[in-house]
Ligand binder design. Structure first.
Ligand SMILES: Cc1cc2nc3c(=O)[nH]c(=O)nc-3n(C[C@H](O)[C@H](O)[C@H](O)COP(=O)(O)OP(=O)(O)OC[C@H]3O[C@@H](n4cnc5c(N)ncnc54)[C@H](O)[C@@H]3O)c2cc1C
Ligand code: FES
Length: 330
């Protein structure tokens, strides 16, 4: 593990130490990697000490449970929202930017588990809202489930650079989310977590997504300044501009650059496919060199626990980096 390049998203949380500690593969702790000295860069509670004190067990392993489908609404033929009963405690944990869960139908095997972002966590109701784009096997299988999903979570690494979006560390900042397609789901969750103490704007490309969904979850339609969100949508507080642009269109990209220069954002989240994360991310960086950038974690994620290796790549130093757990260090 490249200590100076990546952090572990679960380090120091209720899910740490995790399965990787059991086999001497902790991403952070040199003792839990089999070394006889402590030379980690971790500045939180000592992971090794927690492991020993906790009888060398995984702390709070994420356990599957059945979540009742309270509501299912189609916005497009291939875009459906599920409202799931998860309980208040789970909803609180799921309210942080970057949260996602694994879902499958009760008749499906583990092979059908798929990662889905939390779009809204309603703590009062003990529910989460998820938006699913129906593509192929796993997402089609979800549609077959009439009553309850098997759910596992909460997982935290849905956004790379999520540190810049931590509500407790973000005050009176100007934040812009640029989202395309199903990327609007994590953008909506993050915006809700941040809107009370910051100004949050949106640039949305609604290709493959429905403006009705945006209206239901962000309160208004169209290109305009939104001064206040609608309370009946469970969203109160100030949001700034919601602008609809086509991210592939040159003129619209010029509009985006104008907006970036005018508002001089502190943080920009690009929540879209890798193509747009790269191209729009580079445009944002060119326009605002000092900006903090966050983006969707688009790696193939299968276990979310750093075990299966589906999300891993080998970096220049030859280390295997597991992107379901790793956060690049800023
Ligand atoms: C952290 C995270 C959050 C996500 N949030 C949402 C969401 O809120 N709504 C939503 O509709 N989709 C979301 N996805 C993507 C979703 O998991 C995939 O679209 C889904 O697994 C596709 O399964 P399929 O069998 O229907 O299609 P497939 O034909 O298997 O795949 C279709 C596309 O999805 C990609 N994909 C397949 N499996 C995975 C996987 N395990 N991890 C990542 N990408 C995969 C494929 O590479 C391909 O590009 C998220 C993915 C990740 C990693
Ligand atoms: S998804 Fe299994 S190791 Fe990352």
């Amino acid at each position: 593990m490249s200590y100076n390049t990546y952090d572990c998203i679960d380090a120091g949380t209720e899910n740490c130490p995790c399965y990787l500690a059991l086999t001497g593969d902790c991403l952070i702790c040199s003792r839990l990697q089999g070394k006889d000295c402590c030379d980690c860069n971790w500045r939180g509670v000592c992971i090794y000490n927690e492991f020993v004190q906790g009888n060398r067990k995984v702390s709070n392993p994420r356990i599957e449970f059945e979540a009742k489908i309270l509501e299912k609404k189609f916005y497009l033929d291939d875009l459906v929202i599920f409202i799931l009963d998860v309980g208040k405690g789970f909803a609180i944990k799921a309210s942080h930017p970057g949260s996602y869960v694994f879902l499958r139908g009760r008749q499906s095997s583990h092979f059908y588990d798929l990662p889905i972002s939390v779009m809204r966590a309603d703590v009062e109701q003990g529910t989460i809202h998820v938006a699913v784009k129906i593509i192929a096997l796993k997402t089609k299988a979800l549609l077959e489930e009439p009553d309850r999903f098997i759910l596992r979570g909460v997982y935290r690494n849905g956004i790379q650079g999520v540190g810049a979006l931590r509500p407790e560390k973000t005050k009176e900042k100007k934040i812009l989310f640029i989202a395309k397609g199903i990327g609007v789901a994590p953008a909506i969750l993050a915006a809700n977590a941040l809107r009370f103490r910051n100004k949050v704007d949106f640039v949305l490309d609604t290709e493959k997504i429905s403006t009705e969904l945006i209206s239901d979850y962000l309160g208004e339609k169209g290109n305009h300044d939104v001064k206040e969100m609608k309370e009946e949508n469970g969203i109160i507080g100030e949001l700034g501009v919601i602008k609809y642009l086509t991210l592939n269109n040159e003129q619209d990209r010029r509009d985006l650059v104008r907006l970036l220069k005018k508002e001089n954002y502190d943080c920009v989240g690009v929540l879209a496919s890798d193509y747009f994360v790269d191209t729009i991310g580079a445009l944002v960086r060119r326009t605002l060199p000092e900006v903090k950038l966050a983006n969707s974690n688009n790696f193939r994620i299968c276990c979310g626990e750093g075990i299966c290796g589906a999300c891993s790549f080998v970096n220049e130093e030859g280390d295997t980096i597991r992107m379901c757990k790793c956060q690049r260090r800023e």
